[in-house]
Design a protein around this ligand. Structure first.
Ligand SMILES: *[C@@H]1O[C@H](CO)[C@@H](O)[C@H](O)[C@H]1NC(C)=O
Ligand SMILES: *[C@@H]1O[C@H](CO)[C@@H](O)[C@H](O)[C@H]1NC(C)=O
Length: 198
């Protein structure tokens, strides 16, 4: 009798554990098609724990040639005379790849704009969305708004939010120039991103 009771209890415990695992799995899924599902997702948040995800990829900013991915959309009267091209703004749709080579597998795109925001030395204001297309994160996004002193070796920018897999994300993106063409200023930048999210 007592043994049966224990078995029943074990079954209940296992079932509860499975239900929790299923709930956690659901929390990670992108359900952007239905506001009601997103609402449910928010209601379950009190049971959820924050997870940490690390991403590594290369960002290709091509501003010259025929297949450019970033284009100048604005400048000021003084921009051309400024040593930092102060006031210039470029809109980008830059590919993000697994490895540093242009033909390396695509994992997403960086869409948004960056502008020269400092008078004395080059420093960019980056305002961009990372839109992932790799199988695990397909359709999910992370938003960056940060200070990018592009000639420094290490730049750290805040991740201010996310969608899909990365809902309520916060974290940092660390950028390091991998390659810079000093004639065209085309660049390949290595990104390490750490985010916490539900
Ligand atoms: C990503 O999602 C899009 C749109 O839903 C789909 O067409 C594409 O095949 C997906 N790609 C991968 C790698 O899952
Ligand atoms: C930089 O770009 C120019 C113009 O496209 C090209 O001729 C040159 O080979 C490039 N330099 C490097 C180091 O890739």
């Amino acid at each position: 009798m007592a043994k049966l009771g224990l078995t029943a209890m074990a079954v209940v415990v296992v079932a509860m554990a499975l239900a929790l695992v299923a709930m956690a799995a659901q929390l990670t899924r992108a359900e952007a098609d239905d506001p009601k599902k997103v609402d449910k997702w928010f209601n379950r948040l009190s049971h959820a724990e924050r997870k940490t995800t690390r991403l590594h990829f290369y960002f290709h900013d091509t501003i010259s040639g025929k297949s450019l991915t970033a284009v100048r959309i604005a400048e000021a009267t003084m921009t051309k005379k400024s040593p930092t091209l102060f006031g210039v703004v470029n809109m980008m749709d830059d590919p993000l790849t697994e490895g540093p080579k242009a033909e390396s597998p695509l994992v997403g795109r960086a869409q948004g704009f960056y502008g020269s925001a400092r008078l004395e030395s080059l420093s960019l204001l980056m305002t961009m969305n990372l839109i992932f297309t790799s199988p695990k994160y397909n359709g999910s996004t992370l938003s960056i708004m940060g200070h990018n002193p592009a000639y420094e070796t290490y730049r750290e920018m805040p991740i201010v939010g996310g969608t899909g897999f990365f809902r309520l994300a916060s974290g940092i993106a660390m950028a390091k120039t991998y390659f810079l063409n000093l004639t065209t200023f085309d660049a390949v930048v290595e990104y390490n991103v750490i985010v916490t999210h539900y």
